[in-house]
Design a protein around this ligand. Structure first.
Ligand code: HEC
Length: 157
């Protein structure tokens, strides 16, 4: 349902995401070294809230979306392929806060100011589905951690 609140929330996300991409090449390297970066995928207090965090239905939908749009480069269950792993709870280039992940998926990833193979999905995946994908990635990591399995790049744990 497109309520006013819904629309303005989306506009807010997009504005933040756009502002972020302008700074991302400069800031991402710095943030990666600062405490602001969430290395282990747990949400920081000042981070954006994922409306679907922990919601089983949304996570299942996020899993489907991930399989159709992301696994081609990031491997099944995000274990890494030609793109880096996304479910080891550590995001070296983008940073691991909700805001950083959301922005990276919407705008794509710049490294040293240059576009990478990680393109922008903001025009082809709607905002809620981006959150669902992030909710899925978080859950996958949590499950793996809870099971005590060690992450190995490109290998199903
Ligand atoms: C065409 C291949 C491709 C597709 C499709 C793709 N990615 Fe990427 N992605 C990459 C590559 C390559 C990188 C690393 C870029 C670099 O560091 O130069 C990356 C990086 C990332 C990062 C940062 C990872 C880190 O460790 O910092 C995130 C987050 C990400 N992708 C999420 C996604 C999501 C979610 C999708 C699906 C909506 C997706 N990607 C689809 C190729 C892809």
């Amino acid at each position: 349902m497109l309520t006013i609140q819904n629309i303005s929330l989306r506009l807010l996300f997009l504005t933040i995401a756009t502002l972020l991409i302008i700074n991302i090449s400069v800031v991402s390297d710095t943030w990666a070294k600062e405490e602001h970066m969430n290395k282990y995928g747990d949400m920081l207090e000042d981070d954006m809230i994922n409306p679907f965090e922990g919601d089983p239905e949304a996570i299942a939908a996020g899993y489907e979306k991930f399989n159709s749009r992301c696994s081609y480069c990031h491997g099944m269950r995000g274990i890494g392929a030609k793109g880096p792993p996304l479910t080891r709870g550590y995001y070296k280039k983008s940073g691991g806060t909700n805001m950083q992940l959301y922005s990276t998926i919407v705008n794509g990833l710049l490294v040293n100011g240059k576009p990478t193979q990680m393109g922008a999905f903001g025009r082809t995946i709607e905002g809620d589905d981006i959150w669902r994908i992030i909710a899925y990635l978080r859950q996958e990591y949590k499950d793996r951690k809870a099971a005590g399995s060690e992450f190995k790049y490109g290998v199903y744990p």
